[in-house]
Design a binder for this molecule. Structure first.
Ligand SMILES: *Cc1c(COP(=O)(O)O)cnc(C)c1O
Length: 456
């Protein structure tokens, strides 16, 4: 074991070294070329573990994208708070299977507590049931499976028993801006992507409540699921829950909210208005690995009616003890599973309610600061910056694409691109715990510098 412990130490030394070394946000082409040292044939003969770790650090680390750093604004990824990384290290040593309380009382307690705290932080109904899973994509699928089975259960049809063949057809309604993972979940749940009824959106990408009301007024034909969104991936804005949800539920629909990052607005009092009414839904998907800045992979699927979730997910067998306690394997897709709640527990305990609110608010303020500095420099912000997202045009689509490429090559920061309402845009997402005003200033400067070079 001594040798094993040395390997463990070596791994953590490399981890600390990685995090304390200043490096370009995007890897150099030479460090990418060097990756070939990791991708040879499967060796016949093994090596020393410490040598494997040294190789990983010397070749792997320089070829990473520094997304776990203060100047990464691509996608909406967030970093990982040190306390979450520390908890992950301990959890990895524990190597607990989170499937059943009998497998790990510690993991079970932490998982249940983390789920409860997250539901609390997001101001969702405290009687809801949450289950950790690999990401909001999986959480969307879990929510939609529960939704599908519940609306058909109400119609007298048992999906887990009879399947979907011959079942009443379910109507699925989303906005035109639904995330691909939500429409993928519709397909995976057997509800048919092509059958989705699409409601138009406004200039911020939020569902038009009048258009939804018109759809509802015609009456839903049969069992219906409405999928709404907290946090449009481009603008960060949310569907008008307080207008849409009461109308949907009045007509007997199940409402699911894909709130991967945007639902965290609920945890920050100054932003909570953006998602007012979200608590009226039946199920929610929200990531911990994005804006809460917890390690991959971690999200929570939340269902207001826990019994409905359990009806879909329960899997009993003679060898599995049923203690009547909460068991993640009876609430989600996985059986054996990483005890994911541990890092979220550590992050939430350390931040507290005010710390979470402060982190969310800070990212939003920094996105606004970004937008303002780029506006002052002559760029055009394409939407109202209400959350952590800013979409910026540098004139023509060609110029905007060229600026994005130049910024990615420059290495000061990393930003992505998107197309928003027909125009090419730089997509800036501020979701890292570590980002400070100085990082935004430095990054905005680098963007303006790259743009200036292209213009001259
Ligand atoms: C990121 C995202 C998802 C998918 O989440 P994963 O954790 O990557 O699976 C779903 N919906 C929205 C709105 C997102 O931003």
């Amino acid at each position: 074991m001594d040798d094993g412990i040395n390997q463990l130490r070596r791994g953590y030394e490399h981890a600390v070294d990685y995090l304390t070394t200043e490096r370009s946000v995007s890897p150099s082409s030479s460090s990418l070329d060097a990756l070939s040292a990791l991708s040879g044939e499967f060796p016949d003969v093994g090596s020393e573990g410490s040598e494997t770790l040294d190789l990983l650090a010397s070749i792997g680390s320089p070829a990473t994208v520094r997304s776990n750093g203060p100047r990464y604004f691509g996608f909406v990824t967030g970093g990982a708070q040190p306390v979450a990384m520390g908890a992950a290290a301990l959890a990895s040593a524990w190597d607990q299977n989170g499937a059943l309380p009998a497998m790990s009382p510690a993991a079970s307690t932490l998982d249940e507590t983390a789920a409860r705290w997250m539901i609390d932080a997001l101001v969702l109904p405290p009687t809801s049931t949450g289950v950790f899973c690999g990401g909001a994509s999986e959480a969307n699928l879990i929510g939609l499976i529960a939704a599908r089975d519940a609306v058909l259960h109400r119609a007298g049809w048992d999906v887990p028993g009879h399947g979907l063949a011959g079942a009443p057809v379910i109507t699925v309604i989303t906005s035109a801006e639904a995330h691909v993972s939500a429409t993928k979940a519709v397909a995976l749940a057997g509800l048919g992507r092509d059958r989705i009824v699409t409601v138009p959106t406004d200039h911020q990408g939020a569902m038009d409540p009048a258009a939804f009301a018109a759809v509802a007024q015609e009456g839903f034909s049969g069992p219906t699921i409405v999928i709404l969104q907290a946090g449009n991936v481009n603008t960060g804005d949310s569907d008008p829950f307080a207008d849409v949800i009461p109308l949907a539920t009045e007509h007997g629909a199940w409402v699911h909210i894909d709130g991967a990052f945007g639902l965290w607005a609920a945890a920050a009092p100054e932003r909570a208005g953006l998602v007012a009414g979200a608590e009226l839904a039946d199920s929610w998907a929200v990531d911990a690995h994005k804006w809460l800045n917890v390690n991959y992979d971690s999200a929570l699927a939340i269902v207001a009616d826990g019994a409905a979730l359990a009806r879909s997910m329960r899997a009993d067998a003679a060898y599995l003890p049923d203690t009547g306690e909460r068991a993640p394997m009876h609430l989600g897709l996985q059986m054996s599973q990483r005890a994911r709640g541990i890092e979220t527990w550590a992050a939430l305990r350390t931040l507290g309610r005010t710390g979470v609110a402060e982190m969310i608010e800070r990212c939003c303020a920094l996105a606004a600061r970004f937008a303002e500095q780029l506006t002052v420099a002559g760029a055009e912000v394409l939407h109202d910056v209400v959350l952590n997202q800013a979409l910026v045009s540098f004139g023509t689509d060609e110029m905007t694409s060229a600026v994005i490429d130049a910024v990615q090559a420059d290495g000061t920061c990393w930003v992505g691109g998107t197309t928003w309402q027909g125009r090419r845009a730089m997509r800036i997402s501020v979701s890292g715990w570590e980002t400070a005003e100085s990082d935004v200033d430095l990054s905005a400067e680098a963007i303006v510098r790259c743009w200036g070079r292209l213009r001259s």
